[in-house]
Ligand binder design. Structure first.
Ligand SMILES: Cc1cc2nc3c(=O)[nH]c(=O)nc-3n(C[C@H](O)[C@H](O)[C@H](O)COP(=O)(O)OP(=O)(O)OC[C@H]3O[C@@H](n4cnc5c(N)ncnc54)[C@H](O)[C@@H]3O)c2cc1C
Ligand code: FES
Length: 324
């Protein structure tokens, strides 16, 4: 049995820690900054209490050194339509934003600049080339359709946010392993930077891709060019999961399984592992409904199996440790 992941905050060691939760005595990682008289942190190389006291020397309830996420008004510089509702967008961001968005699992909130903040919605970063960000958006409801119809191509991008993948430490720490990557539908855009990170650490990847509800596979060639062994199937449910079960039940098991797609797919992959009698580390794309992205509004709250509420916009944990 592999070890459980410690519950931790994805903002630690970022420019945005200590955050609003530390200011309001609800820090995820520092027990002192939750009002307790002792330290029980998982040392991450940084003392949030020390940072907080040092930064609070400024005026106001937020210290003057506290950083808020960056809002960037920018323009869609390129669009490509992959399928009836699926649009690839490119836009420029600042150098500091681009640097932060290179972290695997990064995402931004997007809206039209003149719309109220509650129109913004989370969008994963598929690629960052210099200061050009690439995302893929499914035009599905009021927020996404409105963004895609923005006049003059003007958009507002807020970020960076980091918790787009649950089980991220497995991806960050594995080297020279074999990985099974399962990506369906809108799981394809986040699968690309995950694959790039895993390949950069000397891992060998086999990917199973399915078009999902959007009806299109669009990362196959790029993954193949990167050196991934790709198996594209018509349907994850009808063909992909059977293929997965065969591999999981075979002689050589992967060291890590990554599922990029909807929660139903994550559960189907867990069921395939259970059926094959294997229990492997797993990383998945985070599909929580997010509104503020700061651990404040509560939209993304979920419960762990040991009964603790966690805000999935910030808290890093394993998907199978959640009650879903
Ligand atoms: C970390 C993360 C990364 C994401 N990356 C992408 C991406 O790269 N491209 C993309 O097209 N979509 C992405 N999504 C999903 C995207 O945020 C939703 O599709 C979008 O919010 C839909 O809003 P809507 O008003 O257009 O549609 P709605 O009709 O409001 O919603 C359609 C469906 O989208 C989901 N959704 C709605 N609001 C939210 C919300 N605030 N947060 C999360 N999910 C929501 C719900 O499942 C809902 O059923 C991501 C979500 C998360 C959490
Ligand atoms: S999105 Fe607001 S608390 Fe997570």
């Amino acid at each position: 049995m592999y070890p459980k992941l410690a519950v931790n905050c994805s903002d630690i060691n970022s420019p945005f820690c200590p955050c609003l939760l530390a200011d309001t005595n609800h820090c995820i990682s520092c027990s002192h900054l939750r009002g307790l008289p002792f330290c029980e942190c998982n040392w991450s190389g940084l003392c949030i209490l020390y940072e907080k006291q040092w930064q609070s020397k400024g005026s106001g309830w937020r210290g003057e050194n506290n950083l808020e996420r960056w809002d960037i008004t920018t323009y869609i510089s390129r669009r490509e339509q992959f399928a009836p509702n699926i649009h690839l967008l490119e836009f420029e961001v600042s150098e500091e934003m681009a640097r932060e968005l290179r972290t695997t699992g990064s995402f931004v909130f997007m809206r039209r600049p003149d719309d109220p903040q509650y129109f913004h919605f989370p969008v994963g970063i598929m690629k960052i080339q210099d200061t050009t960000a690439t995302v893929v958006i499914e035009a599905i409801g009021p927020k996404s359709i409105r963004l895609l119809e923005t006049p003059d191509n003007q958009i507002l991008v807020r970020g960076p946010y980091y918790n787009g993948v649950l089980g991220q430490p497995w991806i960050d720490n594995i080297t020279c392993g074999t990985i099974l990557l399962v990506a369906g539908g809108m799981g394809q855009p986040p699968a690309l930077p995950i694959a790039a990170k895993l390949l950069a650490n000397g891992n060998k990847l086999t990917a199973v891709l399915a078009p999902g509800k959007i009806g299109k596979i669009f990362i196959e060639k790029e993954l193949q060019d990167m050196g991934v062994e790709v198996h594209s199937v018509e349907s994850m449910r009808r063909n992909g999961l059977g293929m997965l079960s065969q591999w999981l039940g075979g002689e050589s098991k992967p060291d890590l399984v990554v599922s990029a797609g909807p929660d139903d797919q994550h559960h189907a992959v867990i069921n395939a592992m259970d059926a094959a009698g294997v229990n492997l580390p797993m990383a998945v794309t985070n599909n929580a409904t997010m509104c503020c992205g700061e651990g404040i509004c509560g939209a993304c709250e979920c419960e762990t199996q040991d009964g603790h509420p966690v805000k999935l916009c910030k808290v890093q944990t394993g998907f199978s440790q959640l009650v879903t």
